[in-house]
Structures are given as structure tokens and as C-alpha cells.
Write a protein that binds this ligand. Sequence first.
Ligand code: G2I
Length: 443
Amino acid sequence: MRLAVTLAAVSAVAAGAAVALASGAQAGSTLGASAAEKGRYFGTAVAAGKLSNSQYTGILDREFNMITPENEMKWDATEPSQGQFRYTSADQIVAHAQAHGQRMRGHALLWYQQEPGWAQNMSGSALRSAMMNHVSTVAGHYKGKIYAWDVVNEAFADGNSGGRRDSNLQRTGNDWIEAAFRAARAADPGAKLCYNDYNTDGINAKSTGVYNMVKDFRSRGVPIDCVGFQSHLGGLPPSDYQANLQRFADLGVEVQITELDISGSNQATAYANVVKACLNVSRCAGITTWGIRDSDSWRTGENPLLFDANGNKKAAYTATLNALNGPGSTVSTPPVSSPPPVSSSPGGGTGNGCTATVSLNQWDGGFVATVRVTAGSSAINSWTVTLPVPSGVTVTGSWNVTRSGNSWTNVSYNGHVEAGQYTEFGFQATGTASGLNPACSAA
Ligand code: G2I
């Protein structure tokens, strides 16, 4: 019986390979596809005003499968007057991402910079309640559409203190960060919630301050799922870059490289080293560069990105792609164990050449399902998971997959899975998940 299944899978693989070659789909030929093969994403910061530029969107949609709005989700952009919310530019970016199968990182709910003028003039309990209203309203507006939110950005001081940065936000009380995370979780239970900062890329006083906060949050059940390392670098990453990522990962949170750009003559090597460090840390979920072309960078004149001003691939691009295609952990990031409300109810189904299992993050009224597709003893080139949606359940969004009724099929960059390796897709839904029984078939 087992032999028959294996033989059927092998012949199906051969047919699938011919299709892949005929369509010209090349595994590992773009940043996004190569990262996906390692269970990671590769993203970029996007400016809404550039979405009408076809050179810009051409590169964006070819290479990147995660998008962070560079400025459009910041406080000054989304709540220019108190209580009046404006989402036009940010919604444009989200619509672009949804139309092109890209996921979103939200950036940033609370940051001492880019506060609207009205908030800069506030303090104390009035400011605290304005902050929480902002977090709840913006995270609520984007509920179900954000992979991960930078809930709080750059709250720690530079230098050797290891403590918080002074700001009007901080002066509302030291618990403002955990209050923000709790408000964000309540508003969008399906989003991963991150703390994001710079100069935390190696082991130093500032990163240790953040580390101690995350450890404290995890021990007390404050809902934090991920830490963002901006990685605005001026050459090679610090020698303890990977060790720093690993110590955070060991706290049970996902780590993400969130704003990568690198100046200097050893740029290509530096990019490759960052990629290798991420691939060596199984909970490193992905990498985002802070812009596409050098001309898009906030670091004017430093040319710190992967494409030149004409949209050509630089040596740093090739080094990045090669590193993504090189050795490194090929497993997806293990599920992050979050504080409640989280539950997991694995179900599974083995089929022709692959196995599918589901894990759930259920809350009152909705859930996120993560479906893992694991190849059998042969590599597969495409897969379909048959997964009927229970009655009363409405799917509100999905990622890394194309859905047609009960059939969930791979997209271009995640059809190929090596023998014994896996890829994941997911969806968010309203209702209660029960009796989700996936069946997998592959070619
Ligand atoms: O400063 C670099 C990054 C550090 N970490 C947080 C990121 O959010 C930050 O990004 C930069 C953007 O790349 C800039 O584009 O944040 C700056 C401040 O929000 C952004 O600059 C702003 C200018 O200050 C505004 O004057 C301008 O209107 O960009 C705006 C849009 O071009």
C-alpha cells in the first residue's frame, strides 16, 4: 500500500516538473520565492505615492511578498486631528498588497516621532487615553489584514542606560507599552504584535533593555509575539548579530529584520551575512528592506538598498539572493506560543505525496488557521489542500494560497517543496473553527 502511494507520488512529481519547466517558473529566482522556499518572507517598505510608477511596482511585485508602509500608517498620517481617522494612503497600499498576494506589516501604532501636532501638545491621562484610542481604532480598522504590527516603535534610549527613552508617551507611565500591546491584541487578535527598534542589532545595553522587557512581558502574559530589528547598518552586521536574534527567539517570540539598509563598500557581504543569520535562526520569520531602489531610500546619497536608481539589480541583490538560496534552516518558523487567547487543535490528512495539518488561533468570534503542507519522500511541485469550511464560518482573508471553494492551491512561489520539508499558508475567518479536516494532494 505504502509502496503504491510512493510510486504514484513519484510519477505525479515527474509530470509536475515538466509543467514547471514549460511555464518557465524558476524556483529561487526572486527574493520572495527564495525566502518562501526557506519558510520566510522577503519584504520592503512602500510609499503610496510611488504605486503609480511602473518601474517601482514592477520590481515590487516581482521580488517582494511582504509590504510595510513607509509612512502611511504612522500616527500623524492616520489621525491628523484627534478622533478623525484618515486611511486613504494606507488603504491604497493594503489594496495593492491584496491584489498581488503580498502580506502586510503594519508600522507603527505608537512612536514618539511623527506624532500629530495635537498629540505632541498632550500629556498625562488625556494623552494615555488618546494613545489607546489610536491603537484600538487603527488596529481595528485593519483587523484581519495585517501579518504583524509594530505596536510600539523605538521606546528605548540609546547609550548605556538600557532604559526607556524620555517622551510624552513614556511620561504617561512605564506601563504604556504593555497597555498598547493589550489594546492591539483586543482590536486584532490575528495579528502578531511586535516591538521594533534600532541599534538593537547586536548584544548591547539597549538590546538587553528590550530583551528584559520582552522576557518580563512573556512571564506576565502581556501579548507580545515578535521583535523587530531595524538593522540600519553602516557595514557588516555586528559579530554577535545572530546570537542576539537567537537570544530573543529563545524567549519564544518571532524575530524579524524590519528596516534593513546597509551603506559602505562591503555592502554585498553585509547583506549576505544578515540573510545567513536569519536563516540560521528558525524563529526568524523574514527580512524587510527599507525601500526598493537607492533613490527610494531615506538615507540620501548612501545607496544602501538592493536596486540602483534605474531599478537594476546591484551586487548586493545577487549576494542576498545567493544567500537565500544557500544553506540554512529550511523549516518554517515554529508556531510562536502566545499568551491567551490561543489554542491549537491539530488535525491532519495524508494524501498523494503530501500531508496537511492545521493549527488554530481561536478567539471569541473568529480564528486564524495556519495550514502546513509537508512533502512526502519526494519533492513536490504543486499542491492542493481540500479543506471544507464549516458552516457559520466566513473566510475574511488568506495568504500564500489561492482558494476556490474547498480547494486551497499553492501560489507561484510556494508550490515547490523539497522532500520532507514544508511550507505554510493561512487564513483568517469569523465564526468557530471545529472539524477542520484537511486532505492534501500533490503533483
Ligand atoms: O528614519 C528611518 C526609519 C527609522 N525607523 C522607523 C521608520 O519609520 C523610519 O522611517 C522614516 C521614513 O523612511 C522617512 O520617509 O521615517 C521618517 C520619519 O517619519 C520618514 O521621513 C518623513 C519626513 O520626516 C517627512 O518630512 C516626510 O513628509 O517622510 C515624510 C514623507 O516623505
